[in-house]
Design a protein around this ligand. Structure first.
Ligand SMILES: Cc1cc2nc3c(=O)[nH]c(=O)nc-3n(C[C@H](O)[C@H](O)[C@H](O)COP(=O)(O)O)c2cc1C
Length: 403
């Protein structure tokens, strides 16, 4: 595993040397990139001696890189050569630059050119850490799917006591190495994800729909792709961008979603049905727009096909993961749905409050075929997506062991 280790200009920069060593002991090949401010605290020679590689210190000095990097556009080459991008200490300044896409030195430019997992270990004075600007930057970075290794509480070099001390190099190394292992654990899998709402026509210009934003399903697609899976994303109409490198199949109605999913079922090894499919559709929508009159209008609705049940009957040895949006009795309903639809996992979430449909965060329970219930605390939808796959792979092993 090739790790780009960025070192920012904070007092904790010296601890990054221990981190570099821990990463190498964990089997990683480490390329250190130091900001100009970091070099005020520690000399590049320390990292060069530890990693056995020249440290990158400057965007414009082509002589500063490793001999194997022949490209003159070194920040692009470095971004491509490394599978993980870790920064410790991540200064308030770096968090702000990453959050806003500034690129005025090697590390920030390489960040924009990097497409894999990012792990940031911030360290700073407590007031800097708690400042609304830093809070907003951290939230944006988390929402982008980056892993933040939270700073610890304790005595800080500035004399204050509080949150802001760099997490221990061992804890950061564990987080980086775990992310590296995750990166390939879905290789060889094809994950079929459904996302978003459906739209059921009332007439040519009106439709019935629901409040699903598609964010959860898109986060699942992104997580699966980041972990090496081939991803097919069957999506109802949403207003968000599809993740890179996934096959997007846009659909509108529940019937179209059913056809799109069943057509691709043979290819899938894992199916995640996070779409909020309409339960009813208008029986026979007229071909012409319904005219406004003073009379009461009654719509006749028929149930839509139950795609999850159909998948449950036809799933074979595929892992089938469904969603249950409930307004009460979450655990019981999630397990009931697991049984009746023959799923391997149901992701249950309470809707109606602040979390759920359009929010960037979620809080869920995972009901598993083994009978277990795993609560997942409030986190970004991207982080929850990773937890779903962590548990799905663990579940598959447990199910195989039973056979
Ligand atoms: C003695 C000293 C200690 C500093 N410690 C920190 C720190 O722990 N965290 C932080 O975010 N900034 C710290 N700073 C401020 C950064 O060095 C400054 O914001 C710098 O521009 C960061 O550059 P960089 O983000 O490119 O590394 C410190 C500054 C000084 C002078």
């Amino acid at each position: 595993m090739n790790v780009l280790l960025g070192v920012g200009g904070g007092i904790a920069a010296y601890k990054a040397a221990e981190l570099a060593r821990a990463l190498m002991e964990g089997g990683a090949r480490v390329q250190v990139v130091m900001t100009a401010a970091a070099q005020e605290f520690v000399r590049p020679l320390t990292f060069a001696a530890l990693t056995g590689r020249k440290v990158i210190t400057d965007l414009f000095s082509s002589a500063s890189g490793d001999a194997t990097l022949s490209s003159a556009v070194e920040h692009i080459a470095v971004a491509q050569e490394n599978g993980l991008f870790a920064v410790a200490p991540a200064t308030a300044d770096l968090l702000a630059k990453f959050a806003n896409g500034l690129a005025d030195d090697f590390l920030t430019t390489a960040y924009l050119a990097f497409t894999g997992p990012v792990i940031l270990a911030p360290a700073m004075n407590t007031n800097m850490w708690l400042h609304p600007a830093t809070r907003e930057n951290v939230k944006r970075l988390r929402d982008r799917g980056h892993r933040i290794v939270e700073p610890e509480e304790g005595y800080l070099a500035c004399g204050m006591t509080g949150a802001g001390r760099l997490a221990s190099p061992d804890a950061i190394a564990r987080a980086v190495l775990a992310e590296g292992n995750r990166r390939s654990d879905l290789e060889g899998e094809t994950v079929l994800v459904t996302a978003g709402p459906t739209q059921e026509p009332i007439d040519p210009v009106r439709y019935l729909t629901n409040r699903s934003s598609g964010k959860m399903g898109y986060a699942i697609a992104e997580a699966a792709r980041a972990r090496g899976a081939r991803v097919i994303l069957v999506s109802g109409p949403v207003h968000i961008q599809a993740p890179r490198d996934v096959t997007l199949v846009p659909v509108r109605t529940a019937n179209e979603m059913r056809a799109a999913v069943l057509d691709r079922l043979d290819k899938a090894t894992i199916i995640v049905k996070s779409a909020a499919v309409a339960d009813f559709h208008v029986s026979r929508p007229p071909e012409q727009k319904i005219k406004k009159t003073a009379a009461r209008l009654t719509l006749e609705l028929d149930p839509t096909p139950d795609i999850l049940s159909e998948l449950g009957r036809r799933k074979g040895d595929r892992l089938l993961i469904g969603f249950a949006a409930e307004t009460e009795n979450l655990n019981r309903e999630a397990h009931r749905k697991l049984e009746t639809k023959n799923c391997d996992m149901i992701v249950g979430n309470l809707v109606g409050g602040a979390l759920g449909f359009d929010s960037d965060e979620n809080e869920v329970v995972l009901a598993l075929r083994t009978g277990e219930t795993v609560p997942v605390e409030r986190a970004s939808k991207r982080a929850i997506a990773d937890r779903i796959f962590d548990e799905a792979l663990r579940l598959r092993q447990a199910l195989h062991a039973r056979q």
